[in-house]
Design a protein around this ligand. Structure first.
Ligand code: FES
Ligand SMILES: [Fe+2]
Length: 326
């Protein structure tokens, strides 16, 4: 791979995809992992294979109370990963390999580091709409998270690929694993709604997670957009987009106001996610066929891309070699 897997926080699911009692399969960085939630609500992400004789826990494994039970010989594992129960015998000293997991704004994130050390930093908060369940969309790309997230600082492609006028407001600001990007954009929510110019900020939290929130005062609405890129295999990335909306309504009674806001928010959330999905489809045509260019020949107004690439180096082991600095 021209770029290795980066360290950081990566989305494996939306929280609602893993209700209590569920066992869910995912690919993550070339391996199978299993997400499960106990009856008491504890969420865990573990290596998919049982340390006893290697059965796949996502192929018939079940949650029993606070335990995950293997489908092959019914060994039970507690939330620490330890094997604690074996039918008709004493459990061997065995444990499931666990990932460090966080839930932020109804999104499940796992940590990937280049060594066994605990997470070096925490993911930023994710906007969580007060009224609407998040609208979401997802696709699989032949690409890498660094390439996907680079589009936030690639202002030139916005007008060519998306026909969107987007301008840098200030150069990106670096705060360790966070990169704050500010731009102004003309947003068209849907063909029937007017075009609105907004100044928007997006914060990258490593290479796996970007989130931003924008308030449209003219129509009394706050939009939250979360974009997540998860490496599932070599040069394969699962892209997820979650939008949340919060709309004010002018109805007189508080109950009516809330009901009107909820439905208006839901409509706007769906419209927003459709717009983003359309744009990501346009990007995917480029991403899926492009190659990683470690030494891009940038124009004088593309400093943000060089800055982004230098910032991104912190997510790779120091001996990785040049990841592209321009
Ligand atoms: S392989 Fe899991 S209990 Fe035997
Ligand atoms: Fe794009």
């Amino acid at each position: 791979m021209p770029l290795p897997y980066p360290s950081g926080w990566f989305c494996l699911a939306l929280s609602r995809e893993v209700p209590a009692g569920a066992v869910v399969n995912r690919r993550f960085m070339g391996r199978d992992v299993v997400l499960y939630r106990t009856r008491g609500g504890v969420l865990r992400v573990v290596d998919a294979h049982c340390p006893h004789l290697g059965a796949h826990l996502g192929a018939g494994g079940v949650v029993d109370g606070e335990h995950l039970v293997c489908p092959f010989h019914r060994f039970a594992f507690d939330v620490e990963g330890s094997c604690v129960k074996v039918p008709g015998g004493a459990p061997p000293e065995a444990a499931l390999a666990r990932f460090t997991v966080r839930e932020r704004g109804k999104v499940v994130l796992v940590w990937h580091g280049h060594d066994a050390a605990p997470p070096a930093w925490e993911p930023s908060e994710i906007p969580d709409g007060r009224f609407t369940p998040a609208a979401s969309w997802s696709t699989l790309l032949t690409s890498h998270p660094q390439e996907v997230m680079e589009s936030f600082v690639d202002y030139r492609h916005q007008s060519v690929v998306h026909n969107v006028s987007l301008r840098e407001v200030t150069p990106p600001v670096e705060e360790g694993p966070l990169l704050r990007i500010s731009f102004s954009a003309d947003i068209r929510l849907s063909v029937r709604l007017a075009t609105i110019t907004v100044e928007q900020g997006v914060a990258l939290s490593g290479l796996g997670l970007a989130s931003g929130e924008v308030t449209l005062h003219q129509i009394g609405m706050t939009l939250g957009i979360v974009l997540m890129a998860t490496p599932v295999g070599p040069w394969q990335t699962r892209l997820r987009v979650v939008t949340t909306t919060e709309a004010a309504s002018r109805a007189d009674s508080p109950r009516l106001r809330k009901a009107a806001s909820m439905s208006w928010s839901a409509v706007a959330g769906q419209a927003l996610v459709r717009t983003i999905a359309h744009q990501m489809g346009q990007d995917a045509r480029i991403w899926n066929r492009k190659r990683y260019e470690p030494n891009p020949r940038l124009t004088s107004d593309e400093d943000a891309i060089g800055h982004y690439r230098r910032w991104a180096r912190q997510f790779y082991p120091p001996d990785t070699g040049p990841t592209g600095t321009s």
